[in-house]
Design a protein around this ligand. Structure first.
Ligand SMILES: Cc1cc2nc3c(=O)[nH]c(=O)nc-3n(C[C@H](O)[C@H](O)[C@H](O)COP(=O)(O)OP(=O)(O)OC[C@H]3O[C@@H](n4cnc5c(N)ncnc54)[C@H](O)[C@@H]3O)c2cc1C
Length: 466
C-alpha cells in the first residue's frame, strides 16, 4: 500500500519534517500558500526574514542529521554565511557587563546569514536530496478525520477546495496556525496555552558594510531585565552580500519606531553606543522594517487530554519566543529530529506515535521557553503569566551567574551550552557551577567592548561625531 504524508508549511519546520518523513512513506506533499522564490529572496509568508537571525549549533547539527550528506552548512558558508564562536567571535554587552572573548574559537559556533538564505538553502537541499517530497501551492483549510485519527487535510488552491488523504499530517504553518480551530472541529478542545508578552517591537535595517569594516565581528547590546526599565537591545550582524543587518528591540514603553531618523538615535541610546557608532555613517540599503511578532506564546499540545493519531505540530505552530534568544529555527529543527528518531524507532504505523513525538518535541520547547520567559517576565508592563517564587530564585541565580560569566570562561561556556540548546538548564545547577557562581568572577569587569586594536581603529574611524 502506498503511503502519503502531508506537511503544512514549507519553511524550517515543514521542510525538515518532510525530510524526516521521506524515509518512512512513499510520498510527502508539502503544502505552502506562499509563492516560493527559486533563489534566496524575501517572501510574504516569511515576514521575519527582514530581521536578524542566527542559527544555533544545536539547530545546525539537527539539520545535518535530517539531511545527511546534503551539506546545508557547507552550502550556506559557500553562499556567504559565516560561523562565529559565541564565546569568541561576538562582541556582547550582557545584562551584567561585557563578555570577554575567549581563545576557544571553535566553541558554540553560530551560523550567521539572512533568514532568506537559510530558508531557501534548507528547502532546496531537502528537495534535491529525494524525489519523494514535492511542494504544492495550496492553503490548508482544515483537517479530515476524527478526534481519534486525522486522515488528511482539506485544502484550497486557486481552483477551489479538495480533500487530500494522508497517513500522517504535520502542522508546520508557523505562529498564525489555525490548528486549534481545526482540532476543535474534530472535537479535540481545551489545549492549554500560555502567553508572556513584553510588548517587544523589533526594528531592522540593512546597511552596506563600510569599506575597511568587513572583518568587524557581530556586535550586540542586550537588554537588562533587572533594571526596572523597558528592555532595549541592538544586534549588528554581518550577512552575505557585504551587508550589515541591524535589529533593534524595545519592550513596552521603550519601543523603536519605523522613522529612519530614529534608528541610529535609538542605537546610540542603548546601554552602550557601539551599534550606533558603527552604523552612524553607514549607507542604508533598506527602509526600517518593524515586527511585533515577538511574544512568547505556547500551545501545550502534549498535555491535551485527547490527541488524534496521525497529527503533530512543530516549530512556531507549537511555540514562539522573544527572538532575541535566537532559538525558533533551532527548536523547529530539533522537533523535526524528534520525529525522525521516533520514526526510526517505531515506524509510522505504531500506535501512539503522534503523542510520543509531540512529547519529545515539547522537551526542546521547554528549554527555549524557560529561557525566554525567564527574562521577559521582568520587563515593565509585561502581560501574561507572573513570576513565581521559583522564577524569582532562578532569576537571581542566573543574574549572578551572568555576572560571573563576564570574568570566567568556564561559567560563560556552561551558560552557552544552555542558551544554544545543547544542554538542559539543569546543567547550570551542577555543584561545581554553583560553587563558581557563589565565589564570583575571577577577573574584574571590562570597562568597554573587547576589541582587537584593528577593530578599535575601525570603530574609531566609523564613529565620526558619535
Ligand atoms: C523578528 C524575529 C527575529 C527572529 N530571530 C530569530 C533568530 O535569530 N534565530 C532563530 O532561530 N529564530 C528566530 N526567529 C524565529 C524564527 O523566524 C521562527 O522560529 C522560524 O521561522 C519558525 O519556522 P516554522 O517553519 O515553524 O514557521 P514559519 O517560518 O513561520 O513558516 C510557516 C510557513 O507556513 C506557511 N503557511 C502558513 N499557513 C499556511 C496554510 N494554512 N497553508 C499552507 N501554508 C501555510 C507560511 O507561508 C510559511 O511558509 C525570529 C522571529 C522573529 C519574528
Amino acid at each position: 500500500m502506498s503511503r502519503t504524508a502531508v506537511v503544512i508549511g514549507a519553511s524550517m519546520a515543514g521542510m525538515l519534517a518532510a525530510a524526516a518523513l521521506a524515509r518512512s512513506v512513499d510520498e510527502v506533499i508539502v503544502l505552502e500558500r506562499d509563492e516560493l522564490p527559486d533563489e534566496p529572496r524575501p517572501r510574504k509568508g516569511l515576514p521575519q526574514g527582514r530581521h536578524a537571525h542566527i542559527l544555533l549549533p544545536s539547530g545546525r547539527d539537527a539539520i545535518e542529521e535530517l539531511v545527511p550528506g546534503g551539506g546545508v552548512r557547507k552550502r550556506l558558508l559557500a553562499a556567504g554565511a559565516t560561523e562565529r564562536g559565541l564565546t569568541s567571535g561576538l562582541v556582547t554587552l550582557g545584562p551584567q557587563g561585557w563578555y570577554r572573548r575567549s581563545r576557544h574559537t571553535e566553541s558554540h559556533p553560530l551560523l550567521v546569514a539572512s533568514r532568506d538564505l537559510i530558508d531557501w538553502t534548507v528547502r532546496d537541499t531537502v528537495l534535491t536530496s529525494t524525489t519523494r517530497i514535492s511542494v504544492r501551492r495550496a492553503s490548508a483549510a482544515g483537517l479530515l478525520g476524527t478526534a481519534e485519527r486525522v486522515t488528511g487535510v482539506r485544502i484550497e488552491d486557486g481552483r477551489g477546495g479538495e480533500d487530500l488523504r494522508a497517513e500522517f499530517v504535520v502542522d508546520a504553518s508557523g505562529r498564525g496556525t489555525r490548528v486549534e480551530h481545526w482540532l476543535s472541529e474534530l472535537g479535540v478542545t481545551d489545549i492549554p496555552k500560555d502567553v508572556v508578552d513584553a510588548g517587544l517591537v523589533y526594528a531592522s535595517r540593512l546597511y552596506r558594510t563600510p569599506e575597511g569594516a568587513e572583518a568587524f565581528p557581530p556586535a550586540q547590546v542586550t537588554a537588562d531585565p533587572a533594571g526596572g526599565r523597558p528592555g532595549r537591545s541592538g544586534l549588528l550582524l554581518p550577512i552575505e552580500g557585504s551587508r550589515w543587518l541591524v535589529s533593534l528591540g524595545g519592550t513596552r514603553g521603550g519601543e523603536p519606531t519605523a522613522a529612519p531618523d530614529d534608528f541610529v538615535r535609538f542605537a546610540l541610546g542603548l546601554r552602550h553606543t557601539i551599534v550606533g557608532q558603527l552604523i552612524g555613517g553607514a549607507e542604508p540599503l533598506s527602509d526600517v522594517v518593524l515586527s511585533r511578532s515577538t511574544r512568547n506564546e505556547r500551545r501545550y499540545f502534549e498535555k491535551a487530554e485527547r490527541w488524534p493519531e496521525g497529527l503533530i505540530a512543530l516549530g512556531d505552530a507549537v511555540a514562539t519566543y522573544n527572538p532575541v534568544y535566537g532559538q525558533g529555527m533551532s527548536v523547529a529543527a530539533l522537533g523535526a529530529r524528534a520525529l525522525s528518531r521516533e520514526l526510526d524507532r517505531t515506524g509510522i504505523v505504531a500506535p501512539g506515535l503522534a503523542r510520543r513525538v509531540q512529547r519529545a518535541a515539547a522537551k526542546v520547547v521547554d528549554a527555549a521557553w524557560m529561557m525566554s520567559v525567564g527574562q521577559d517576565q521582568w520587563f515593565p508592563g509585561v502581560r501574561g503569566k507572573s513570576p513565581t517564587l521559583a522564577d524569582r530564585w532562578l532569576s537571581a541565580y542566573t543574574g549572578r551567574m551572568a555576572r560571573v560569566a563576564t570574568g570566567s570562561y568556564r561559567v560563560s561556556a556552561a551558560m552557552c551550552e544552555v542558551t544554544t540548546l545543547q544542554a538542559d538548564a539543569l546543567h547550570l545547577l551542577r555543584p561545581s557551577l554553583l560553587l563558581s557562581t557563589a565565589l564570583g568572577p575571577f577577573l574584574p569587569p571590562l570597562s568597554g567592548p573587547p576589541l582587537t586594536p584593528g577593530e578599535r581603529a575601525v570603530l574609531t574611524s566609523l564613529s565620526g561625531g558619535h
